[in-house]
Every structure is written in structure tokens, then in C-alpha cells.
Design a binder for this molecule. Structure first.
Ligand SMILES: [Zn+2]
Length: 282
């Protein structure tokens, strides 16, 4: 299938109370693994890249790879810009053919976050591309930005933010962090319930890597419709490659160790899709 918008898959997930996994890919093999796992599970899926990843290989390259891989799959695949930071980073992704956009103004004061997000929504509306905004703070290191604090999303501000910006989805701060957790996070599940009741848009959970399965399930039951997985996938790929190279130090063909990474990402993505409850929902 051709690449699809994330709009329908996330509104359907919100309505039916499951979540769609959004998986960060860093290379060809990770893209192949994510689509293959979603195809196996008959699940809708989102592949996403951060601006940092797009410095490694640009948006045209990722769009071409993901499109070619999706073409032979029978499931909806959306290609999403994760943590877009400016109107120009967003426009670069749109011109390349991305079908879903995030603008992250969460580190700005509220008024500035609203005006930046409004601009991006206006630009994306013109090409019918849905926009994920962020309000509240997801701590930890994501791409090249880092925050030591995780700020909870204020429900009143969230209602104003969604109303004024017209975002399609909202990433919320509920106690998760990016990267690897050194101590278990203090997740505010009742806050997810409150936001779900107040807001008309699908809610997004960042920092899904390293959360206990049961905690992810509770977040989805409370109203999360998109869960991002980045760190765990990167680790799965790299651990598998490292293991292969240590076991077979004479290897010289990148195909052989990259295939080990691909297999590990496939297995992990399949587990996360099951966890999100989106298997069979393509
Ligand atoms: Zn994030």
C-alpha cells in the first residue's frame, strides 16, 4: 500500500481503546523490520524519524525506503516526523512526502508554543497532513534536546492549546521520560483519564521504552492512542549487531550483521504491537 496518513489510524485507535505503536527507525533494516512485524500482526503502524536521524540520511531517503517497503505490504503505514522543532524542519519533511508531523514547542513558554504550533497546523492543513503537538514536558534526552524535568500537562492549558492550535493529536507529559530509566517513573494515570475526558484528540505517550508492560497497558486503558518506542529499538538493533560481531570477529559483510539487528528489531516490534493491542486492526 501507499503511505497513509496517521489521522484515521489514531482516531480509530482512540475510539476502540487501543494504541498504535510509533517506532523510531535509524536505517534500512529497522524500517524493514518494523513493517514486517506490523504485516505479521496485521496492524497499522507508524515509522518515525527525529531531525537528528534526518541528518544521518535525509527525509527523501527515508520516505523512499519506507514507501518502497510499504508498497508490498497490506497494512497502513504512516511516516511521521518525530519532534519537529521548526516550521522549516516540518516543511522539509512534508516536501519529502511524510504523511504525519509532530511539532514540539513544549520547551517554549505556552504562548509561543501555541503560535508556533498554529503556524505548523496551518501549513499542514493545506496538504491534509495531521499534526501532533506537545504540551507538558517529557524528560530525558530526545535527539539533541535534553530536559532534566518531567512536567505534567496542565488540563486547563491542554484544553486551550488544542482549541487554539487545532492539532490533530497531543503528546502529553504524564511522568514518562525519553531514554533509559534509571529509576521507575512516577506515572500519573489519573491525569491521562482527565485529559482523555476533556480533549477531543488522540493522546500520545512519549518515552514508552523501558516501561513495564502493565504500565503501558494502564496508560492505553486510560486513553493513550499512540505509544512511541525509540530507545528500546535502537538498543535491540545494536545489541544484536554487537553480539554477532563478537561471536564472529572475522565477519566483513555488513549484510550479515545488519540482518541480526533486523531480526532483533522485528521480534521486539512484534511484542510492542501485541502490547499496544493493535494486532488485527489493520
Ligand atoms: Zn519523544
Amino acid at each position: 500500500m501507499a503511505l497513509t496518513s496517521s489521522h484515521e489510524m489514531l482516531y480509530k485507535a482512540m475510539e476502540k481503546k487501543y494504541a498504535v505503536g510509533a517506532f523510531n527507525a535509524e536505517n534500512l533494516e529497522m524500517c524493514q523490520a518494523i513493517v514486517a512485524a506490523a504485516e505479521k500482526a496485521n496492524s497499522p503502524v507508524m515509522i518515525q524519524t527525529t531531525p537528528g536521524t534526518l541528518k544521518h540520511a535525509d527525509a527523501n531517503i527515508f520516505r523512499a525506503m519506507v514507501q518502497a517497503i510499504s508498497q508490498s505490504a497490506q497494512i497502513p503505514v504512516a511516516l511521521h516526523l518525530d519532534h519537529g522543532v521548526s516550521l522549516s524542519s516540518v516543511m522539509t519533511a512534508i516536501r519529502a512526502g511524510y504523511t504525519s508531523i509532530m511539532i514540539d514547542g513544549s520547551k517554549l513558554p505556552l504562548e509561543e508554543n501555541i503560535s508556533l504550533t498554529e503556524w505548523v497546523v496551518a501549513a499542514c492543513n493545506a496538504c491534509k497532513i495531521p499534526v501532533e503537538g506537545e504540551l507538558g514536558r517529557v524528560g530525558g534526552k530526545e535527539d539533541e534536546t535534553e530536559s532534566s524535568i518531567s512536567g505534567y500537562t496542565d488540563p486547563k492549558e491542554a484544553v486551550r492549546f488544542v482549541g487554539e492550535t487545532g492539532v490533530s493529536f497531543l503528546a502529553v507529559g504524564v511522568g514518562t521520560a525519553h531514554g533509559v530509566y534509571s529509576v521507575p517513573p512516577a506515572l500519573n494515570i489519573p491525569l491521562i483519564h482527565t485529559l482523555r475526558e476533556l480533549l477531543p484528540v488522540p493522546l500520545v505517550l512519549h518515552g514508552g521504552s523501558g516501561l513495564e508492560d502493565d504500565v503501558v497497558r494502564q496508560c492505553i486503558q486510560a486513553g493513550i492512542a499512540k505509544v512511541n518506542f525509540a530507545t528500546e529499538l535502537r538498543k535491540a538493533f545494536t545489541d544484536a549487531v554487537r553480539k554477532k560481531l563478537v561471536l564472529e570477529p572475522g565477519l566483513i559483510d555488513p549484510k550479515s550483521f545488519c540482518a541480526a539487528g533486523r531480526e532483533a528489531v522485528y521480534e521486539l516490534t512484534l511484542k510492542k504491537i501485541e502490547l499496544c493491542g493493535s494486532a488485527g486492526k489493520a
